[in-house]
Ligand binder design. Structure first.
Ligand code: NAP
Length: 248
C-alpha cells in the first residue's frame, strides 16, 4: 500500500463513531490529513483531532458537525472551506430494531437521508473536485444486511443495499477518471451500535459467526485504508464483505 504524503486529505463522515474513529486512526497512520465529521459528539472529534495532530504533526486534522438526517444540511462551501481533498468516507449511521409494519414514514425518511441521500448530495457537490484529482476515492461503510437482509432491520437493510447499488452504478459512470467507488460491508462489529445486546443475544450471535466473535472496528478500517490508497485504482464498484465468514 502506498503511503500518502500528508498532502492528501480525506473527509470521514461519522468520525465520532467507533468504526469512524478506527478509520481515522488507520488513514492518519497511512499519512492522510483528515476532516472529521460527527453530529452530537463534537467532544470526541475535538479530542481525536488533538491526539492525531500530536501523533502526526506533518498532517492536518480538522472537524465539523452536521446533522445528516436534515435534508438541508449542505451549506455553501461546506466541503471547500477545508481546502483540497481526495476522498470521501461515509461511516455515519444508525438503525432501528422493530418490525417493518411498525415503522413510520418519518423513520424511513431519516434513515434514507442519513445513509444514502445526504452522501449523494455530498458526492454531487464534490464530483467536479474529485474528478480533477489523479486518484480520488469514495468509500461507504455498508452492511452484510444490504446483501442478505435482516428481519427487524428491514429499512436498514434496504438503505445498505441501496448503497451497494449506488456504488455499482456510479463506479461505472466515473470509471477512467481515477475516482473509485466502493463499499466495505461489515457483519457484526463490536461498537456502540450493538451495545444494547444482552449477553445471551451476543452469545447467540457469536455462535452463528464462523470466526466465533464480532469484528473489532480496526478490522473494518484496514480495508478502507487499502481502498483509499493511491495504488488501489483498479478496484471499483465492489462491495467487500468483512463478516468473519458469517453470511457471505
Ligand atoms: N456496528 C456494527 O455491527 C455495524 C455492522 C455493519 C455496518 N455498520 C455500519 O458502520 C457505520 C458506523 O457504525 P458504528 O458501529 O461505528 O456506529 P456508532 O459507533 O454508533 O457511530 C455512528 C456514527 O454516525 C453518526 N451519526 C448518527 N446520527 C447522525 C446524524 N443524524 N447526522 C450525522 N451523523 C450521525 C454519529 O455521530 P455522533 O455520535 O457525533 O452523533 C457517529 O459518528 C454505520 O453506517 C453502520 O450502519 C455497523
Amino acid at each position: 500500500m502506498i503511503q500518502s504524503n500528508g498532502k492528501q486529505r480525506a473527509f470521514v463522515f461519522g468520525a465520532s463513531g467507533d468504526i469512524g474513529q478506527a478509520i481515522c486512526q488507520q488513514l492518519a497512520a497511512s499519512g492522510w490529513s483528515l476532516i472529521l465529521h460527527g453530529f452530537q459528539h463534537t467532544d470526541v472529534l475535538a479530542t481525536a483531532c488533538q491526539q492525531l495532530s500530536q501523533q502526526y504533526p506533518q498532517q492536518d486534522f480538522q472537524y465539523f458537525s452536521a446533522d445528516l438526517m436534515d435534508p438541508n444540511f449542505l451549506k455553501p462551501n461546506l466541503l471547500s472551506q477545508f481546502g483540497d481533498y481526495q476522498a470521501l468516507v461515509f461511516a455515519q449511521g444508525t438503525t432501528d430494531y422493530q418490525l417493518f409494519s411498525t415503522t413510520t414514514v418519518q423513520q424511513q425518511q431519516k434513515l434514507f437521508q442519513l445513509h444514502l441521500f445526504s452522501p449523494l448530495t455530498l458526492i454531487r457537490a464534490a464530483e467536479s473536485h474529485l474528478l480533477a484529482q489523479d486518484h480520488a476515492r469514495i468509500v461507504f461503510i455498508g452492511s452484510i444486511y444490504g446483501a442478505v437482509g435482516s428481519a427487524m432491520e428491514v429499512l436498514y437493510s434496504a438503505v445498505k443495499g441501496a448503497q451497494t447499488s449506488f456504488a455499482n452504478a456510479y463506479a461505472r459512470e466515473v470509471a477512467g477518471s481515477g475516482l473509485t467507488v466502493n463499499v466495505v460491508a461489515p457483519g457484526a462489529v463490536n461498537t456502540q451500535m450493538n451495545a444494547d445486546f444482552s449477553e445471551n443475544e451476543l452469545a447467540a450471535l457469536k455462535a452463528e459467526i464462523p470466526l466465533g466473535r464480532l469484528a473489532q472496528p480496526q478490522e473494518i478500517a484496514v480495508w478502507v485504508a487499502h481502498l483509499v490508497a493511491a495504488d488501489a485504482d483498479y478496484l471499483t464498484g465492489q462491495t467487500l464483505y468483512v463478516d468473519g465468514g458469517w453470511l457471505k
